[in-house]
Design a protein around this ligand. Structure first.
Ligand code: IMP
Ligand code: MG
Length: 430
């Protein structure tokens, strides 16, 4: 299995606000990677897979689990809702994908999402003052407790006395929401018993596999612009989503990373509140939403749609150190008329702004002006694309334009939701 002389980490991250199609990419790349690891986020993610007339959405377990003989790892940077984990395991098994301690490894340090975290998330989302459009899965409050050092880690669930003390401290810090009861503690302990066989030091496991020559795929969740530090704060998730976090969130050293693949749609979407400078409106947005099936895989919410944003992609390329681009959903552009790509931003005084400047201007309450490049509409596209040259001219032009502007190669494109509707344009690491 571990064939290389030296192992390597390949990180797949979202270049936008999530939902770029990362799950699909992981599914494709998992063929050549015996190990697939998640390093941040929780079941706020929704990775859709479509194959063999089956559709599957995974929220927590890395997508590689559907491949035989692959190991899926949930790293320490992930926040884990045990009830969701067990539901996901049951549903995978029902569909014929066995989940065992041999093919699923969970970090003892992953923090546990408790019912109280979901309650707090929902209460905040119900308040006009505090609402930011979260997935209400308790992600933010769980990360808060982690950073406040009141969190419960997966490994704590194995030790009843320790767990009781830790729960008491956590709940004391969350006054007003009383969850402490013997039944509640027992329920969390029961989760521990079920989790036990899967728990390990995932950093140690990954290090061993890398040293033995394995390629490890790191499955990013959410996207660069939802990153807690670098995204459109405060309209972000509560974790770092950028590629460098793959090391800290899984417990391996940074020397293992060979390639950072940034996934972007050929247009752009976002769910939840926050700035979206290239957002469409009216019937155009509706047509994109319908053609692209742009409804949240986790919450079912209609996604906001907009044009591809080059300044944002350049920013995402920089903060991730992306070495290759993967452009997804190219087929959605077919039949929707001329399409646009944002090329630059300007202030009211006609000063050029970077994406980072534009976010600052937005925070200060100022408008930013977006300049676009227009591309001719694509009227049809063959379903058989075996080389770049099989693509309509406009789409070939789009790829060259992005490669030139971002100064990285397009590694892969996808042009339909099914397995096979993708094309690798250059091999990894070249
Ligand atoms: P939270 O992660 O549930 O706290 O939500 C914070 C923000 O991130 C909201 O705008 C969510 O819609 C967004 N978000 C979280 N996870 C995803 C995802 O996997 N895809 C797209 N948006 C997400
Ligand atoms: Mg998603």
């Amino acid at each position: 299995m571990d064939k290389r002389e030296r192992g390597e980490g390949i990180v797949v991250v979202g270049g936008q606000w999530g939902d770029e199609g990362k799950g699909r990419i992981i599914d494709i790349l998992a063929k050549d990677s015996p190990v697939i690891a998640r390093f941040q986020g929780g079941n706020n993610a929704g990775h859709s897979l479509h194959f063999d007339n089956k559709s599957l959405v995974l929220h927590l377990i890395p997508c590689g689990i559907v491949h035989k003989d692959k190991v899926a790892v949930i790293g320490n940077g992930v926040v884990l809702d045990p009830s969701v984990l067990f539901e996901e395991i049951a549903s995978l098994e029902k569909q014929g994908f066995p989940v065992t301690p041999e093919n699923l490894k969970i970090s003892r340090h992953a923090h546990i999402i408790l019912p109280i975290h979901k309650i707090i998330d929902r209460i905040r989302e119900g308040s006009p003052l505090l609402h930011i459009g979260t997935t209400k899965r308790g992600i933010g409050p769980c990360y808060e407790d982690k950073v406040a050092r009141f969190g419960i880690r997966a490994g704590d669930l194995l030790f009843p006395e320790l767990l009781r003390t830790k729960l008491h401290r956590l709940l004391a810090n969350r006054k007003g929401i009383d969850q402490e009861s013997p039944e509640f503690t027992q329920q969390v302990l029961n989760y521990g018993a079920e989790l036990k066989p899967y728990l390990c030091d995932t950093g140690e496991y990954l290090d061993l596999r890398l040293k033995a020559g394995a390629r490890v795929l790191f499955e990013g969740a959410q996207g660069s612009l939802l990153d807690i530090d670098h995204g459109t704060y405060p309209f972000v998730t509560s974790a770092n989503c950028v590629a460098s976090h793959a090391a800290a969130g899984s417990g391996i050293g940074a020397q293992w990373f060979k390639e950072v693949l940034m996934v972007s749609k050929a247009y752009c979407t976002r769910v939840g509140e926050g700035p979206f400078f290239t957002e469409m409106s009216g019937s155009l947005e509706e047509r994109f939403r319908e053609q692209g099936r742009e409804y949240g895989a986790t919450t079912g919410r209609p996604r906001r749609c907009g044009w591809l944003d080059l300044p944002a992609l350049k920013y995402a390329q920089r903060i991730n150190g992306a070495t290759g681009l993967i452009l997804t959903k190219m087929d959605v552009l077919v039949g929707l008329g001329p399409f646009k790509v944002a090329t630059s931003y300007q202030s009211g005084e006609n000063k050029d702004l970077s994406y980072s400047d534009a976010m600052e201007r937005f925070n200060q309450g100022f408008d930013v002006q977006v300049n676009y490049k227009e591309f001719a509409g694509v009227t049809e596209m063959s379903s058989l694309i075996r080389s770049r040259e099989d693509l309509p001219h406009t789409l070939q032009h789009l790829l060259s334009f992005l490669e030139e502007e971002l100064a990285i190669p397009v590694r892969m494109i996808t042009f339909g939701p099914k397995r096979g509707q993708e094309l690798m344009l250059s091999s990894l690491g070249c």
